[in-house]
Design a protein around this ligand. Structure first.
Ligand SMILES: [Mg+2]
Length: 243
């Protein structure tokens, strides 16, 4: 069956979220972790989220601010900084939000890919593991105001890779799962999750961009489950056979 709709992830797929984290952490490191010389090391640890706090949020086990607080306290502990505590977290969080939002940018290939899909008469929309209003703000800020946020983690109280999330995205495009593709930068939460929900799963594996290491056998296994791998959104239409 040919693909009639494409659902997209936001963070590190359409929006350079790593760059926005770097923007936020360059100020936060100076203020809270001045003994750490390398901001990149902090950004890496933040993205890796070894405690799995963001994932707990997407499973409905922590609320948004709780996960963020656990995540930053774990990071402070890892770098030998004192805990922020209640008041410290409030200050930290305000600085984080300011720096993060000021760093929001779309990837060069994002606007182009969305335009190309529309030109091929493919319907498009976003399915995301962050809250709908927050992602709306983010997409508006980066020039993707006309891209609908179809499913956010707030809709069901849980997120990807639950198959119901992908099925709902397809349904909101008026399609069956088998008529839709999903593209995202996370192999398991995005591409494999979508594939197991009956969509065409596309893994956007931007060179040097993985937030967590992925083993070659995981990549092979995903391919066997039908996941298609691309390195840029410029390859998306071609990978879906849309010309
Ligand atoms: Mg992502």
């Amino acid at each position: 069956m040919s693909v009639r709709g494409v659902l997209l992830d936001v963070d590190d797929t359409l929006v350079d979220t790593r760059g926005a984290f770097r923007h936020a952490w360059s100020q936060l490191t100076e203020r809270f972790l001045p003994h750490v010389g390398d901001v990149e090391e902090v950004v890496r640890a933040w993205r890796a989220d070894d405690g799995g706090f963001y994932s707990a949020y997407t499973q409905g086990r922590l609320d948004y601010l709780e996960q963020r607080r656990h995540r930053v306290e774990a990071l402070h502990a890892r770098f030998g900084a004192p805990p922020l505590g209640e008041a410290g977290f409030t200050e930290w969080n305000a600085l984080f939000e300011d720096g993060f939002r000021a760093g929001w940018r779309a990837f060069d290939d994002a606007l182009e890919a969305v335009a190309q899909l529309r030109a091929a008469r493919v319907s498009v929309g976003v399915v995301t593991n962050a809250a709908t209003p927050y992602q709306r703000l983010k997409l508006d800020a980066v020039g993707l105001a006309d891209l609908p946020v179809l499913v956010g983690v707030d809709l069901f109280g849980f997120g990807k890779p639950d198959p119901r999330v992908f099925a709902e995205g397809a349904r909101r495009l008026g399609l069956e799962p088998g008529e839709a593709a999903y593209v995202g930068d996370e192999l398991h939460a995005d591409a494999l999750g979508a594939s197991r929900a009956g969509l065409t799963g596309v893994w956007l594996d931007r060179p040097g961009w993985r937030g967590r290491p992925v083993r070659p056998e995981e990549v092979d296994g995903a391919r066997e489950e039908g996941v298609r791998r691309i390195e840029s959104l410029r390859e998306l239409s071609g990978a879906l056979g849309l010309g």
